[in-house]
Ligand binder design. Structure first.
Ligand SMILES: C[S@@+](CC[C@H](N)C(=O)[O-])C[C@H]1O[C@@H](n2cnc3c(N)ncnc32)[C@H](O)[C@@H]1O
Length: 388
């Protein structure tokens, strides 16, 4: 039989022969072959090499050409190195907290404090979605909290590791983040853009989050010009001086690493009726570009537009799930999530923003109640809010 006329069994036999010859420890290593697939474009058969601990992550591929010859296969040393990495990735952090499928029925909570300390008191499964926007490094000179960029990244690592510990298996972490402009200090120095999303990716990957999607939040025409970027180029049009006005932000989607498919989360949800009620019917975003107008707030410089929160909550959670925002600001995530039949856990370390949150989440017209907790954490939060 030639090319695509080869039967999948023939291809599998050939690939198995290669495995036996080159990786004699196949069985102990838990290696096996996926289903052979004919690749029309390359005109060859492709057979994924998988490991029993994570059958959805191919760790290599054996290719069989149209004449029935093995034409490409991974180096055996590469296979053993990938196996080692994979086992390590699957157990990236041992928090010592016991995971269970049932979600504890926590009430809506708004807590004043540092999310790193507050979250240490919550068990795994306290959240079924994390949606947040971390502080923007030292974006405003009046609240420059971090000694330098590496210590800022270290802080993000600690906060997201705490989120990882409380998030349910296979559930989503969605982070709104963007490069931040550090203004020049004089005419003889240059401004810098810090690539926060790209640095954050490595941190999240190491903590144990799998990258899923990059959604682009596009703001309407005219947004971004007030920052002054691109003005010089608009005037003198010199090459190398080109700087586009930024009108987008990233909404990065990650999943808590697991070898289970998303189907597993759907089938094992403790309330199948809630799963049914959460179907995404009607219009939805078909692409990764979301056009949303930004929001302003009297007391907070960087609030989420309700529209952004409602899209994320709709696509990445079920009714009754608990949505965590560890950097809650005015509590937009809590307010919108509750209006959509979800529960929430929101944490903010500044006492002034927490007071705004208390006003906004505690309004009499809402049909949800909130447990505000500002006593236990008040001292440290008050101290953090003080100017140096
Ligand atoms: C970008 S804002 C989020 C605004 C929010 N999305 C809203 O709609 O109001 C980030 C917030 O994180 C808070 N924050 C910074 N460090 C924190 C920490 N360690 N724990 C909790 N909150 C923190 C800041 O005070 C700020 O309000």
């Amino acid at each position: 039989m030639i090319g695509e006329k080869l039967l999948t069994d023939d291809v599998r036999r050939l690939a198995q022969g290669w495995l036996r010859e080159w990786i004699p420890t196949t069985e102990e290593a838990g290696l096996s072959l996926g289903l052979p697939e004919w690749d029309q474009r390359l005109a060859l058969w492709r057979v994924a090499l998988v490991c029993d601990v994570a059958p959805s992550y191919p760790i290599g591929e054996v290719q069989v050409d149209a004449g029935g010859e093995i034409c490409r296969a991974p180096a055996p040393t590469m296979v053993s190195e990938r196996l080692r990495q994979l086992r390590q990735d699957l157990h990236p952090r041992r928090s010592g907290r016991r995971a269970s499928i049932a979600f504890p029925p926590t009430p809506n909570k708004a807590i004043l404090g540092d999310c790193r300390t507050v979250l240490a008191e919550f068990p795994t499964n306290s959240a079924q979605l994390v949606f947040t926007s971390p502080p923007y490094y030292n974006a405003k000179p009046d609240c420059a909290e971090y000694v330098d960029y590496p210590s800022y990244l270290e802080f993000l690592g600690e906060a997201f590791a705490a989120c990882h510990d409380v998030l349910a298996e296979g559930r989503f972490l969605v982070v709104n983040v963007s490069p931040v402009l550090v203004r020049r200090t004089s005419r003889s120095t240059a401004s810098k853009r810090l690539p926060i999303p790209f640095d954050l990716h490595h941190i999240l990957d190491r903590i144990g989050f799998e990258f899923i999607d990059d959604i682009i939040w596009r703001k309407p025409e005219g947004a971004g010009w007030h920052l002054g970027r691109g003005r010089r180029f608009a005037a003198d049009r010199q090459p190398l001086q080109y700087k586009p006005v930024t009108v987008t932000e990233y909404v990065l989607v990650y999943r808590k690493k697991t070898d289970r498919l998303i189907d597993w989360n759907l089938r094992n949800h403790p309330d199948p009726e809630a799963v049914g009620r959460s179907l995404i019917l009607g219009a939805y975003d078909k692409t990764n570009v979301w056009d949303i107008t930004p929001s302003n707030h009297r007391t907070h410089p960087a609030v989420f537009p309700d529209e952004l929160v409602s899209r994320v909550v709709r696509y990445y959670s079920f009714e009754g799930d608990s949505v965590l925002d560890p950097f809650a600001g005015t509590g937009t995530v809590g307010r919108v999530a509750a209006a959509m039949g979800r529960r929430f856990l929101v944490i903010e370390k500044r006492a002034d923003y927490f007071e705004t949150m208390r006003r906004e989440l505690g309004q009499p017209g809402f049909d949800f109640t909130v447990d505000f907790d500002d006593l236990q954490y008040f001292r440290s939060a008050e101290h953090d809010a003080e100017p140096i």
